[in-house]
Design a protein around this ligand. Structure first.
Ligand code: TNX
Length: 505
């Protein structure tokens, strides 16, 4: 008997004997109210059935949702047979993930709907499973962010990293530095309108994410990627420094090259820097991270640190050491892009985020290993596998190609986290994150087109057993299972890319 399709692949799934569970409008749902609400919503989207959570005691028939503390964090178990579907989480997150799996199990049966007889036991491989959204190059409103949270949570991601600032705009309102949004939020790439989150907007995002068992990881990218800071507070920024190559790229875009103090709408990276030897810079960082720390219940603050191409390496090291210490002193765990990994004096709790390739080039893996040598862990975002902004084909309108692009779903799937950086093992890996940079990404449909189905490959790298430790952890199995999710994704309004690599149901 063929197994039902679940993505990301669970630790264990066994087809059970007997008939499927028939799901109809009278199916009772017992137990945990939040989980029942999440299930009724997805069942309604998928089937049109309006189930109503019942309050009476368990009947032994129907769907039962409960939390039984004891197992691994975020783990769950599903037992489905003709009489009942029992979902048990080790905690509220585990139950939520059990519901996400159950929503994938619902299948058509004749005129009706059913859940196949099955036993699933499941727990995540990595504690941190992230998606990143760049809201700086193009601003994305709260409703879009919420929609992306729903999509990511459905694949068992538990962290939303928001790239809140870059050369093209500043996107978060802060009382301590009001000019950031007053003067530096109105623009975006290509002359598109900018925008920013008010403090109330940010709170709404944080609360919505929490209701889907996700934390928010705010990133303020520095010391590079800070041209917008200089639009608001010119005294903090160095004048733009462009290499010949950057000037060439700027010319090719037909958009004015960056000018100190004026908004920049192109996509050249690496020309801006905060002043490293000015105490005013560290006052600024303390204000910004201090305020963000108070607004962010999750443990992490991301300080960026990527592509500071014009900054002297010693200055860069000094800067990230101080910035990471400021965050650590606030009681938060710093995260930095991998370039900061070999900076002497980096706060020793700093998590590194690796964005080099699956097969590392230019010593990026060695730099990244610095975080582990320092006693902390890594988040893996190998660009040629999990950068969701890479083009699917050379003539695709959306996306970039620099990370060995154009890419494919198979490429997005075919990597193993423990094989990327030599000399580290699973205990050195906090998790996996799939970034969506938004130079070309304007709308939720654009996000969907680029993220789906590749985001499912990143989910499997982050959640599922290691390659070789499960019969399901291979491309042939994955493409079949993803194909079977087509109807669910459609019913949820996800405008996925109907890649020819996938046998869509
Ligand atoms: C590299 S990799 C960047 C971003 C760009 C992205 C586009 C990294 C940490 N930074 O500034 O938006 O490429 O794919």
């Amino acid at each position: 008997m063929s197994l039902p399709s679940v993505v990301p692949a669970p630790s264990s799934i066994v087809a059970a004997d007997g008939a499927a569970f028939a799901l109809d409008a009278d199916t009772p749902i017992q137990g945990a109210r939040d989980a029942a609400a999440a299930l009724t919503a997805v069942v309604h989207a998928r089937t049109g059935l309006a189930l109503s959570p019942s309050t009476g005691s368990a009947t032994g028939r129907g769907i039962e949702l409960s939390v039984t503390p004891g197992g691994a964090a975020e783990s769950y178990r599903i037992e489905a047979d003709a009489a009942s579907v029992v979902v048990t989480g080790a905690d509220a997150a585990g139950l939520f993930y059990g519901v996400q799996t159950l929503s994938q199990l619902i299948a058509r049966k004749g005129d009706g709907w059913s859940v196949p007889a099955v036993v699933i036991e499941d727990a995540p491989r990595f504690a941190y499973r992230g998606v990143m959204l760049d809201v700086a190059r193009h601003f994305h409103p709260v409703e879009t962010v919420k929609a992306y949270i729903d999509r990511a949570a459905g694949l068992k991601f538990n962290a939303l990293h928001l790239h809140l600032s870059d050369d093209q705009g500043w996107r978060i309102q802060l009382d301590s530095r009001p000019k950031l949004t007053e003067l530096a939020s109105g623009t975006a790439v290509g002359g598109d309108p900018g925008g920013f989150y008010t403090k109330a907007d940010y709170r709404e995002i944080v609360e919505y994410a929490a209701s889907r068992h996700m934390i928010v990881v705010p990133e303020i990218d520095m010391p590079g990627h800070t041209h917008a800071v200089g639009v608001a507070y010119p005294e903090l920024a160095e004048a733009p420094v462009l290499t010949d190559q950057m000037t060439e790229q700027a010319r090719g875009e037909g958009i004015a090259a960056p000018v100190a103090g004026a908004p920049y709408e192109g996509t050249v990276v690496g020309f801006s820097s905060l002043k490293i030897h000015d105490e005013a810079t560290y006052d600024f960082i303390s204000d910004v991270f201090g305020e963000l720390a108070g607004m962010t219940p999750g443990p992490y603050l991301h300080l960026g640190g990527d592509e500071s191409l014009g900054t002297d390496p010693h200055d860069f090291a000094e800067f990230v050491a101080r910035a990471s210490s400021i965050i650590a002193d606030l009681g938060k765990t710093p995260i930095a892009w991998h370039e900061a990994g070999d900076a002497p004096g980096l706060a020793d709790t700093t998590i590194g985020q690796y964005w080099g390739f699956v097969t590392p080039t230019g010593g990026m893996d060695v730099t990244a290993k610095g975080f582990v040598d320092n006693g902390a862990q890594l988040i893996l975002s190998p660009a040629d596998a999990v950068y969701l902004d890479m083009k699917y084909s050379a003539d695709a309108p959306l996306g970039l190609t620099w990370a060995n692009g154009p890419t494919s779903v198979e490429r997005a799937y075919s990597w193993e986290p423990s094989d990327v950086i030599s000399g580290i093992d699973d205990s050195d890996i906090l998790g996996v994150e799939a970034p969506m940079w938004s130079e070309t990404i304007r709308t939720l449909d654009d996000i969907d087109e680029m993220a789906f189905p590749r985001i499912a490959a990143a989910a499997e790298a982050a959640w599922s057993p290691a390659t070789g430790r499960s019969d399901l952890r291979n491309w042939q199995s994955f493409r079949q299972r993803v194909g079977d999710l087509g109807p669910l994704w459609k019913s949820l309004g996800i405008h996925f890319h109907a890649s020819e690599e996938i046998p869509w149901t």
